[in-house]
Design a protein around this ligand. Structure first.
Ligand code: AHG
Ligand code: MN
Ligand code: MN
Length: 280
């Protein structure tokens, strides 16, 4: 597993440079989700693939930017699902973006995830890894990630990150979100799930929601390379992750680009969601 974290670290340094200095325009390709790929989405995907190709324990990779699973080492043990550049539409406005990694064994359902990591490219570059514990690392001047601290959520937080277009929310979802704001929670939503979830993790808790909507009943965020990795990280940080009614890590991904509604947070907020969603 250490060799995978090392490959993610090496890729992160290269992706950061690509973000800082490459063309921020669109390519002519559309990915499986239907998004027109930025040149940076493609560059980041290639950088990560190159670094993973050096690691013999990685059997195959599944990327947001690739239509199919790609075999790297037939005798390898792990499959890695990754989003090379999450929030890439925020690069042109110079907001923080990220990369997300889920490390799986024997399949890519929620129950198969054995470790997860993400990188935040903000004013600083940070790496968060989750195996038994969730650990924050910061990139130093010598381009090495140095451990900063462990991450553990409080039982209850203060932040509310509310995703998806409100016009498409179910009335009971709106009621839930209104009640949470009425309790004094503050809105924090940049539109990049990596910095938005990172903020909740580092500030001790809160709620991030990306619900089912009238135009996207299965939500927007993708199970294998966005939702399962963060569900794993939140559980290991003593928080929780659900799709509204069920624990995310009990879900199955029947296709690699499948999406799911998702809620990540500290235990108190997730209990509130469960209570409200159980009525519908
Ligand atoms: P990506 O750039 O990898 O396609 O992901 C963008 C995602 C995620 O980062 C964010 O939480 C969500 O899209 C924001 O969507 P809305 O603008 O619909 O809230
Ligand atoms: Mn994404
Ligand atoms: Mn992406």
């Amino acid at each position: 597993m250490n060799e995978i974290i090392d490959a993610i670290s090496a890729a992160a340094v290269r992706v950061k440079k690509a973000i800082e200095f490459s063309d921020t325009g669109y390519s002519e390709h559309i990915n499986k989700t239907g998004d027109t790929q930025l040149k940076l989405d493609i560059i980041s995907d290639l950088i990560i693939e190159e670094e993973f190709a050096k690691v013999s324990s990685i059997k195959s990779i599944i990327s947001e930017e690739k239509d199919e699973t790609k075999l790297l080492h037939a005798k390898g043990r792990y499959t890695i699902g990754y989003d090379p550049l999450d929030g890439s539409s925020l690069v042109d406005v110079n907001l923080a973006v990220g990369s997300i990694f889920g490390i799986y064994e024997n399949g890519t359902d929620g129950s198969n995830i054995v470790a997860a990591a993400y990188v935040v490219y903000g004013p600083r570059v940070e790496l968060v890894t989750a195996q038994n514990e969730v650990t924050l690392y910061r990139l130093n001047e010598s381009e090495k990630f140095v451990k900063a601290r462990e991450i553990k959520l409080n039982e209850k937080g203060k932040l509310n990150a509310t995703g998806a277009t409100q016009k498409g929310w179910a009335p009971y979802h709106k009621k839930l979100i209104d009640e949470i704001f009425a309790e004094g929670y503050r809105l924090r939503y940049s539109g990049g799930m990596v910095p938005d979830l990172h903020q909740i993790l580092l500030k001790g808790g809160g709620l991030f929601s990306y619900p089912s909507t009238t135009d996207a009943p299965k939500g927007k965020l993708r199970l294998v390379f966005e939702v399962f990795p963060f569900a794993f990280i939140f559980e290991k940080a003593l928080g929780a992750a659900i799709d509204g009614k069920k624990r995310i890590l009990d879900l199955k991904a029947s296709r690699i680009h499948d999406t799911s509604p998702c809620f990540f947070g500290s235990k108190e907020e997730i209990k509130k969601v469960l209570n409200e969603y159980a009525k519908h």
